[in-house]
Design a protein around this ligand. Structure first.
Ligand code: NAD
Length: 368
């Protein structure tokens, strides 16, 4: 039987983006070889690199390539050189254009503490000792970051007033909730929904709709937490969570808080999924490490490629339906850490430090 071929648009971007993305491609190719499918990568400009070459952070050529692709693998964008540009020419505008174009309403951020890195976590062993493995599912295109009315106005008496609006429709809540429940079904079947229904109407509706959607998933256990309490419980009992569902605002805060549990920003992948489907009927996802372009270490082969590599695993799982290969990549990452291989950001005195390319090669060699 012919091997399936998947098309991936690769957008390395700026700073360490190209280095870590190259590492992810190396590992993805190893996974394709091991599991009998083909990956075709096409590389396109985005962010500052695209602005330098084409005068825009999201050129038409890149957009068309993303339209054709089954999934998009993204590095990072930005850098001090671009900070003075008008908003629509700044590198981040390229990122937002992609989120908007594919209505990427769900941001998935796994929070996984690798046992050999326990000492890199700021939490005590007695709290994280039992393991930390949950995923935050954050609504990404609604809520207070987009709600109208918004703005800063000056009233007739000279008072200045800043306004933002937390607004969610039942349909917006239901689709992200459904995504959360589906993901919980593939994990330990527990979902924690976060809201502020005690003081916000949008939060009250959030809880009501989550409970309505929960009826479609009787096999998933549901817990509701107020957002302030959720922030506390992440530090108190992080091992209890499986899927944490949150609005755009609360998900933003809680995912950064939770990321701290795991050691280094260079380890954390994310996926953004939406309604857009690829040729296989699966989400045409957008996969990016949570770190930025790290101009301080760019071009020095010092960046940790594991976040980008783990983005590759998420891409295999969510956009290509290759759970087998996704797990193999995740196990290979766990294996290199178990063996004590480290990049500079997670090293401890006495261990040898690998560069970006060598670390990626080490992971690729362990994908079986
Ligand atoms: P950053 O994530 O780029 O770097 C923060 C710190 O973490 C730096 O010390 C950096 O060296 C380190 N770091 C980041 N990734 C690492 C990796 N893979 N391995 C080892 N160390 C790593 O955040 P910043 O310094 O605030 O931002 C730098 C630029 O990146 C800015 O222009 C910012 O706008 C942009 N940015 C882009 C994205 C994105 O593309 N999604 C996200 C955040 C920031």
């Amino acid at each position: 039987m012919a091997q399936p071929t998947y098309h991936i648009a690769c957008l390395p971007g700026d700073g360490i983006g190209p280095e870590v993305t190259r590492g992810a491609v190396t590992v993805l190719q190893a996974a394709a070889a091991a599991y009998g499918f083909r990956l075709e990568f096409s590389e396109h400009l985005v962010g500052g690199a695209a602005y330098d070459a084409a005068g825009t952070p999201f050129p038409d050529e890149t957009r068309d390539a993303c339209d054709r692709a089954d999934a998009i693998l993204f590095g990072a964008v930005g850098g001090p050189r671009y900070e003075g540009l008008p908003w629509d020419l700044r590198p981040e505008a390229g990122l937002l254009a992609i989120r908007k174009r594919y209505d990427l309403y769900a941001n998935l951020r796994p929070i996984l503490l690798y046992p050999p890195l326990k000492d890199a976590s700021p939490l005590k062993n007695e709290i994280i000792g039992g393991g930390v493995d949950f995923i935050i599912v954050r609504e990404l295109v609604g809520g207070i970051y987009f709600g109208e009315p918004r703005g800063i106005e000056t009233l007739p008496d000279g008072t200045r007033r800043g306004v933002n609006t937390e607004v969610y429709t039942d349909a917006e809540i239901a689709r992200i909730a459904r995504m959360g429940f589906e993901i919980a079904r593939g994990r330990r079947r527990r979902l924690t929904s976060v809201d502020k229904g005690n003081v916000l109407e949008a939060g009250k509706l959030w809880r009501t709709v989550v409970d309505e959607v929960a009826r479609e998933f009787p096999d998933v256990e549901v817990e509701h937490l107020l957002a302030d309490n959720a922030a506390m419980q992440i530090l108190r009992r992080p091992g209890d969570f499986d899927v944490m569902l949150a609005s755009n605002l609360f998900g933003d805060f809680l995912s950064d808080e939770a990321a701290m549990l795991t050691g280094s920003i260079g380890l954390l992948p994310s996926a953004s999924l939406g309604a857009a489907r690829n040729r296989f009927g699966l989400p045409k996802g957008f996969y990016e490490p949570i770190h930025g372009s790290a101009p301080d270490i760019a071009g020095q082969d010092r960046a940790n490629p594991l976040a980008a590599i783990l983005c590759g695993a998420m891409l295999l799982r969510h956009s290509l339906g290759r759970e087998d290969a996704a797990r193999a990549v995740e196990q290979a990452v766990a294996a290199v850490l178990e063996e004590g291989l480290r990049t500079a950001d997670i090293t401890v005195p006495g261990t040898a430090v690998l560069g970006t390319a060598a670390m990626a090669r080490a992971v690729a060699d362990r994908v079986h």
